[in-house]
Design a binder for this molecule. Sequence first.
Ligand code: GLY
Length: 569
Amino acid sequence: MMRLAGISILVCGFWGSAIAGAAPYPPPVVARHAMVVTAEREATRVGIAVLREGGNAVDAAVAVGYALAVTDPCCGNLGGGGFMIYRPARGRARFLDFREVAPQAATPDLYLNAKGQLIPGLSLYSWKAIGVPGTVAGLERARRLWGTWSRARLLAPAIRLARHGYVLTPGDVRFFEDDARRLARDPHAVRIFFSHGRPLQAGMRLRQPTLANTLERIARGGVRAFYDGPIARAIVEASHRHGGILTLADFRDYRPVVTRPLRCRYRGVEIITAPPPGGGATLCEMLNILRGYPLGRDGFHSALSVHFITEAMRFAYADRNTFLGDPDFVDMPLRRLLSRAYARAIRRRIAPHRATPSSALHPGVFASPEGHDTTQYSIVDRFGNAVSVTYTLNTFFGTGFMAPHTGFFLNNEMDDFTTAPDHPNAYGLVQGVVNAIAPGKRPLSSMTPTIATRGGHLFLVTGSPGGSTITTTVLQVILNLVNYHLGAAAAVDAPRFHMQWEPDLIYYEPGAFSGHTMTLLRHWGYHFRAGSPWGSRDWGDAETVFVPSKGRLEGVNDIRNPAGLAEGD
Ligand code: GLY
């Protein structure tokens, strides 16, 4: 064992050294009572102010959800949807599903031409790509069920940020530059995010008066203002003008779902996570498979550890893409997929030193190099209540379209459905008929907001954006803490890798493996590709709270996201 930059790492003789955990990551923010970690600093400050003024974790989560819609426009949203896991200090944990749903006019062949071929871009960057948004209904449901503050009070900080603006940092503007061409296609977006023909730069003030008006409407009128009033009308009219299929009835009929979270155990830790259509079943399947391997002994990112983790990812993603969908529409063999017997059967199929060809599992095709993202925030309050939220527009800025007089982007979540047989979605996921489009159905998601406890005490609040890599990111945060004892910062910041069944590749971040480890894994039959499945260097920022012991909260703003902030009290 040696210590490098404050992080313990194992150097494992034959299987290759674990150099990847050794970078000098910024230390976590430590606090005693409360913690808020989000992808954007202004939103974090909104959340911690709510907690300091006596609000609870759900109050803070609602205020942060609205604040991120202003200060993190790529991913925070009013025009998308998401999931919340709420674990009160006392009482039962709950799962709030405010995922978008397919409009009533949606059909399985919505994106196909007369020959049955996918029309490129239609499920991503057209008005037909928009699912009925769930965020406002979801945040309002959370507030009414578990919050203590009024709607107006929780929306006030977001309205202020939108009306008076805030000064952009380099971290804030990186997505404006990256997506400038797409944003330039929408005149409403151009008015907000461009100045003199160029995307806004760091140091400029971003004011969003139209969005402020929308937020004020929601503050006054609540869910009805959004779903049965001028906001829904503006979206439906714009959709109609541009060939979309949204109707006022779609908005009026939208309902979030409150249900039990999914639970599984891994090495003394109880995982509380998102059931389908979320990613928790895949997370639990991977953990079930991995409980049979001594990863801690094999070492962090040693060849043997990477082999077993990759195989767990491969089998679990093959099952995800074949069997999982919206539980209101499909019967899923969840009991079987999450049983110990099934995990044992998979372990028997995993050879000690050989990659399993993906083609040996279920049929599938190779992926396209496209895709993007979502945002995560994690909150713990002084009472011990914890909230994990992942919500999304799907790709950055969603469709890139705004309805007039609304000031917010609309999602392109419909692409998360199986849009054509054997065709990969934006994240390269090749999904099955159980995830086919149907009116009112929720598309399958990788979002995996997760809370973990140990010995009955809060242990971890985490989650991530990152499309198909979301679930493997959450997996690695857990493995890094539980098996490798990396500590909070390295558990979140250490380079990651990802496998999703198809294509048969290990994607990886720079520094994830030593050369020796990669040589050995190639010898065992693995193939590698640097970067994410959508061909980018961006991986999800797992904004996380770790609770190593009672009275100690460690907040980690993922090093991948310079705009984010952890702040404690
Ligand atoms: N839109 C990405 C996901 O929900 O998985």
